[in-house]
Design a binder for this molecule. Structure first.
Ligand SMILES: Nc1ncnc2c1ncn2[C@@H]1O[C@H](COP(=O)(O)OP(=O)(O)OP(=O)(O)O)[C@@H](O)[C@H]1O
Length: 611
């Protein structure tokens, strides 16, 4: 098997046009062809229709197909094929008027409502809700009576009733997009609101509008046929709904007269629905889920012994510093892969490391080097499609890599605590902090409610929250980012795990809070005798808190060892580069240089200073 090469010079991403992508969907293509044929037959009706649609020939009254009349004649003696072709014109024209009116009313209202919010939003939403509560068909019949059955007016009114669909979609999109940083950037760079609406907003809302229009056209055609079926519209202008009404009257004896317009209507609505759903598929952002077959193949490739030429890439990297039974965590030759078109994309390529109780291990490396994937394999939290294979994963001296998913999940919160990177997104905004701390204690630790509450309060005090009662009653948005991270740390250690994994625990925090959180983690780790594994891209964090460090690049460990040694004498140029990149010109660099340069290890552990 070949280890996936890591691309260095990526070709520019080719944009494939929507039409091209559409053409790869067979159902969509068939629907589009059908729709094009229907539109063409309607547009070319004057040339294609063998007879005048209103020409009466009593000889073909209720006649079946034949005698030069391909689909026969209707109950008034008119050629059905000719009426169908001409009827398509009115039907499609009506759908077009409805869609255009609905777009012109619904889209600007939705975009303004979502973008400006406040009073604009309240008024527009109120009108939209009002329109939806009016029974459309009855309203259309009233309008028909009041306007002398004017077809275009009726279709515009139908568009008005369809507008709330566009309003809701565009309002939702605009509300989401207005919070994007690029909109703020446009505003602060002086771009006016009308311009933002015309450019950024219009671009953001157009994909769902295209989809909605295909579906609206189908509904409009159905509604229109319903109105004509009820007798609204001119008898002189052929339409499919009117033909159906005509066929309905003689259905007992001449069912074919009803069949032809029904087929035309059904085909058109179905084609529009297929086009709409295909567009929706193409436009919506979808995460390609690897198939079961791809996953099995990827796993197979991961466990297959490599070709000799690839062996150097597959020998485990990293080293063990402790015996298995003395480790809070030990990983032997871990490989993680994701299904790829050509087999497997290996993102962790043979990693071995360990951490003893009471030890702080840093996993450091640039973005994408496989740090998180390594620790997610221990937590059994790899994203869908990810497969981990290892010679062994041990937690607390016990092999856990081969346990069932349920047994692995049971380790979380008990043997393993986890502190994530983004405190705010890891707290549920709908629940109080109390709920989010107490519920895991009750369900994972089996504590009674009062005991769990007491314990939650204790750990909050322990993590430095001065006003635990207030924080317990607060929702996440009512506390600061630093406090939220303290809350998550409290949750992670509340079950007194033997291993605490912290993935970039300070990245989302400001500098002063970062130092406090690191300090807290170190104190807790010492107090509870836990092993602490910190994933970071920052050697400053390593210098602050870690005892040992492993340096990762491209899914492999390039160097590992005690922090003092790595700082004083990095063996791998990549490590030296990373240290320089993390610390050069930073305030603490000179102190660190002084601290590490030739200083005796014990003093350098003048980590105490750094800490
Ligand atoms: N779901 C996934 N499917 C395919 N590849 C993935 C997936 N998740 C992560 N990867 C790939 O795995 C590699 C390692 O990712 P990982 O998250 O471990 O990096 P990292 O070293 O923790 O970097 P960062 O600090 O940016 O998170 C990356 O190349 C990433 O693209």
């Amino acid at each position: 098997m070949t280890a996936a090469p890591f691309p260095t010079n990526l070709a520019p991403v080719k944009r494939v046009s929507l039409l091209r992508r559409f053409m790869r969907k067979p159902a969509g293509v068939i629907a589009l062809v059908v729709m094009v044929l229907i539109v063409l037959s309607a547009v070319l009706a004057p040339w294609l229709a063998p007879f005048d649609p209103n020409l009466v020939n009593f000889k073909i009254t209720n006649a079946g197909p034949g005698n030069g009349h391909l689909l026969g004649g209707d109950s008034a003696g008119r050629d059905i094929l000719s009426r169908l072709l001409y009827g398509g014109q009115l039907t499609l024209f009506g759908a077009l008027i409805t869609c255009v009116s609905a777009v012109l009313i619904g889209v600007p209202a939705g975009v303004c409502s979502g973008y400006f919010g406040g009073v604009t939003d309240r008024i527009c939403t109120w009108i939209s809700d009002g329109l939806q509560s009016i029974p459309g068909l009855i309203m259309l019949m009233v309008v028909a009576a009041g306007t002398g059955q004017s077809f275009p007016v009726l279709m515009v009114v139908l568009g008005l009733f369809m507008a709330p669909g566009y309003f809701r979609i565009t309002r939702g999109r605009a509300m989401a997009v207005r919070k994007e940083p690029y909109i703020d950037a446009a505003r602060v760079s002086g771009v006016t609101n009308p311009r933002i609406l015309r450019t950024h907003m219009a671009r953001a809302v157009y994909p769902p509008i295209v989809v909605q229009s295909a579906l609206t056209a189908g509904i409009a055609i159905g509604m229109q046929a319903g109105l004509q079926f009820l007798g609204i519209g001119s008898a002189q202008t052929p339409s499919w709904g009117q033909m159906m009404a005509n066929g309905m009257q003689v259905i007992q004896n001449y069912p074919l007269i009803l069949l032809w317009p029904s087929i035309a209507l059904g085909l058109t609505i179905a084609a529009l629905a297929f086009i709409g759903t295909t567009l929706a598929d193409l436009i919506s952002v979808r995460v390609e889920r690897p198939t079961r077959r791809m996953r099995l193949k990827a796993r197979q490739l991961l466990v297959t012994p490599p070709a000799t030429a690839d062996l150097p890439n597959r020998v485990a990297s990293g080293e063990h510093a402790h015996r298995v039974e003395d480790c809070a965590l030990r990983i032997d030759n871990l490989r993680v892969g994701y299904p790829a078109p050509d087999g497997v994309k290996e993102v962790v390529r043979g990693v071995s490391l360990d951490a003893a109780p009471g030890e702080v291990l840093g996993i450091v490396g640039e973005s994408g080097s496989g740090k998180t994937q390594t620790m997610f394999s221990v937590l059994d939290l790899l994203p869908a499609g990810g497969t981990a294979v290892a010679d062994g994963i041990y937690v607390g001296g016990k092999e856990v890599g081969k346990l069932s998913t349920t047994a692995r999940a049971a380790l979380l919160g008990r043997s393993i605590g986890y502190v994530p990177q983004e405190p705010m997104t890891n707290l549920d905004p709908s629940y109080t902090i109390e709920h989010q701390l107490v519920e895991p204690l009750r369900h994972v630790q089996g504590m009674a409610k009062e005991d769990a509450r007491k314990r939650a309060r204790e750990v909050l005090v322990r993590v430095g929250i001065k006003d635990p009662e207030r924080v317990l009653k607060s929702y996440p948005h009512q506390i600061s980012g630093g406090m939220a991270q303290r809350v998550l740390i409290a949750g992670a250690v509340s079950g007194r795990p033997s291993l605490l994994v912290a993935d970039e625990p300070t990245t989302a925090l400001d500098v002063t809070v970062q130092a406090e959180v690191l300090e807290l983690l170190r104190e807790l780790q010492q107090e509870y005798g836990m092993a602490l594994v910190i994933v970071t891209h920052n050697f400053g964090v390593v210098a602050d808190i870690c005892d040992r460090v492993v340096v990762m690049k491209d899914g492999r460990i390039v160097e590992s060892g005690p922090v003092e040694r790595i700082f004083r004498q990095p063996e791998n140029p990549y490590t030296a580069e990373l240290i320089a990149a993390s610390l050069d010109d930073a305030e603490g660099r000179h102190e660190l240089d002084r601290a590490w340069a030739g200083a005796p290890a014990a003093h350098v552990g003048g980590e105490e200073d750094a800490r």
